[in-house]
Design a protein around this ligand. Structure first.
Ligand code: NAD
Ligand code: WQD
Length: 389
């Protein structure tokens, strides 16, 4: 290892170093905390196009550790190469990507360019630096309209209803082909169901830019007074109360699924696919009721037309993850709602959003560890944070 090579930015630290792409985002930031808790040394790369540097600062507050952070766009191969030069990664957890289903239908090329090229660039850089382990954030959306329920990993995938979903499916295929071609490479695809909730501290949670697309962030913004009422998209589905049924999973359980996946990679597992869900389906109205029960807050709602592209029901069979990753989701709906509400009520405007929109004059932005400039602080400041969409 070259003298300048460090594991997580601390010389002499021997804990296993993990590159977390998209680690300033919702799931990536919670996973970064759980990686620290499990004894790993995460390093975050994110271009902050859908997140805020404040989130990294909160991760540091919660963990009491410095998190090396690089504001790098994964499309920028030389900048990514520099990060790999500075750290000796054992694993990559790849969250970075665009994720708005509706937007992907309007600007599909942007989604294919960003999500696919990010991943291919990352895989090339991993290859050239001898990094052989990757966990990829996929989605239950790759299953398309379910042919049967619960969805197990043998259910046909690829008949996606939107370009976003197709980017996930194509990346799964790329990873599968890469593993076939390279016997040293191990890739675990995690198909998430519907992540909700927030960190117990109330310091970290989901902070959508603009009106939330997803149900529970919308519910939370109604509860805090940022939105007048919830629109329930259809009550004429073939479900017990007519509203859509989904498998909601606490973001901390989901994060712990990534820790379990890293352990599985140590077995040199090749290519594997796992559902991360609870196995239980809840309707929209059940979620509104659960939120009220957990928080005492009543959510005003109106029944509207169905949302284009929505399906009636979707929930996971999480048996494979239980058997092979030794992982199960433990947190119930009450806890998901309580934690979501703690985050939203303590942070009505989320992370504030200001730093992610701040324009920086730093031409080196994207190539420097922000943290490295603040040796005396336990937390970093967003000196070079710049939104680049
Ligand atoms: P998020 O938007 O909060 O996080 C994604 C992060 O990736 C953001 O911080 C964004 O700035 C970053 N990013 C995007 N393009 C980048 C690029 N070119 N270079 C560097 N960074 C880039 O989303 P999330 O909810 O935390 O989701 C994380 C991953 O999980 C995504 O890949 C998403 O598709 C997948 N996923 C999410 C859900 C969900 O409901 N939240 C469900 C299934 C799968
Ligand atoms: C849940 C239920 C809606 C909002 C999406 C993506 C999927 C994955 C997770 C990334 C549905 C209803 C919603 C609202 C409502 N993301 N709803 N009013 O559609 O299961 O999945 O996020 O991979 O790919 O498609 O989640 O939270 O949008 O909707 O009535 O304002 O809530 O119709 O029944 P969905 P969601």
């Amino acid at each position: 290892m070259p003298a300048s090579h460090v594991t997580n930015g601390h010389m002499g630290d021997t804990s296993k170093c993990v590159l977390v792409t998209g680690g300033a985002g919702y799931i990536g930031s919670h996973t970064t905390v759980e990686l620290v808790n499990a004894g790993y040394s995460p390093v975050v790369v994110d271009n902050l196009c859908n997140s805020s540097f404040e989130c990294i600062r909160r991760v540091e507050e919660i963990t009491g550790q410095k998190i090396p952070f690089y504001k790098v766009d994964l499309l920028d191969k030389p900048a990514l190469e520099e990060v790999f030069q500075k750290h000796c990664f054992e694993y990559v957890v790849h969250f970075a990507g665009l994720k708005a289903v509706g937007e992907s239908c309007q600007v599909p090329l942007r989604y294919f360019r960003n999500n696919l090229e990010c991943t291919m660039t990352l895989l090339e850089v991993m290859q050239s630096h001898g990094v052989h382990n990757i966990v990829f954030s996929s989605s239950a959306t790759v299953y398309g309209d379910p042919q049967y329920l619960p969805l197990d990993e043998l259910h046909p995938a690829g008949d996606c209803t939107n370009p976003y979903g197709r980017t996930k499916y194509f990346i799964e295929e790329i990873l599968s082909d890469m593993v076939k071609a390279d016997k040293n490479l191990n890739a675990i695809v995690l198909r998430y169901f519907n992540p909700v909730g927030a960190h117990k501290s109330g310091k970290m949670g989901e902070d959508p830019h603009g009106p939330p697309n997803n149900l529970m962030p919308f519910v939370a913004q109604v509860a805090v007074g940022r939105r007048a009422e919830l629109s329930v998209f259809g009550n004429d589905y073939n479900t017990p109360d007519g509203t859509g049924v989904r498998d909601y999973i606490h973001v901390i359980d989901l994060s712990l699924g990534h820790v379990a996946a890293l352990k599985k990679l140590d077995d040199k597992c090749g290519y594997k696919v796992y559902n991360l869900g609870t196995g239980k389906g809840q309707s929209v109205l059940e979620m509104v009721e659960a939120f009220k029960k957990a928080t005492g807050v009543t959510i005003p709602y109106k029944i509207c037309d169905r949302r284009a592209g929505d399906i009636a029901s979707m929930y996971a069979d999480p048996t494979l993850a239980r058997d092979e990753l030794k992982w199960t989701a433990k947190r119930d709906l009450q806890e998901m709602c309580e934690d979501l509400w703690r985050w939203q009520s303590m942070n009505p405007e989320g992370f504030g959003g200001s730093d992610s929109e701040q324009k920086s004059s730093d031409t080196e932005s994207g190539k420097e560890s922000i943290l490295g400039k603040h040796e005396n602080n336990n937390v970093a400041t967003p000196e070079t944070a710049t939104a680049q969409v």
